[in-house]
Design a protein around this ligand. Sequence first.
Ligand code: HEM
Length: 272
Amino acid sequence: METTKSARKYDAGEVGSDLSEQIKAATKDSHIRAENTQLMLSYQKGQITLPQYKVLLCSLYEIYKVLEEEMDRNSSHPAVAPIYFPQELARVESLERDLEHFFGSDWRKRVIVPAATHRYGQRLRKIGKESPELLVAHAYTRYLGDLSGGQVLGKITQKSLGLSSKDGLAFFSFPGVTSPNRFKQLYRSRMNSIELTEQQRAAMLEEAVAAFEHNIQVFDDLQKMLSVTTETVHQSEVNAVKTSMFPSSPIMQFTVGLCVALTTIGMGLYAL
Ligand code: HEM
């Protein structure tokens, strides 16, 4: 949740020339929209369920796998190098541990992601090849988010899922970062040191808004995926009840029909 103080500052148009300030201002509305997706609202109400958390982990894994592959490949690019912190930030290994915890050793076969996650991955691949400087916008959106609200979400996950240990929560833990606030300051100063043309800067701000949009679409798709699964389970339960109450074979249907007819006639005769 953004602070009222920072909201006022940006509303008053007092954004300086630093990339870190500009990117925060440019994505302020997107951040509010991301916080207000159904999935994030469930989170904030402490109502995250295990199926929700499991599908979220699958998508985060796919996203970070591509993001970190592209960051590694472009690690010496002049825009990427200043914000390249694999030791402190890399998430793929922690996500692998969490997935193994929840899905078992064959977790790789069980990772399912919606279309929005594929689109997000495709975008990351494209900019990794064509304009690596834009990876900064994506790294900012995910890593600074994980070091901010993400820290609270970790505690909520543990409580909501009733997990007694840290097993399954590696994603939220950054052992290489002693103070998230100090690290975020360092990250921002590194972002501000990146040299960009006006055109590249504008493209960067646009890409950060797009990065938030990709996250919002992933959350929305996950929510839809879960409601379809729940509805399917519910529908098959209804069908199971229908099947058990109404015999499906024609002979059985005829027999039941005959019994009902005879009972009705019998009751009619009795009434007379
Ligand atoms: C339940 C949902 C969320 C909550 C409660 C939350 C909360 C927060 C909080 C408290 C901050 C610190 C603000 C500050 O220092 O001024 C923050 C920053 C941030 N959040 Fe979130 N957030 C949520 C979701 C998201 C999502 C989904 C993303 C993107 C995928 C995201 C990306 C960021 C980023 C990039 C920052 C750093 C802003 C900056 O300092 O430049 N957040 N968030």
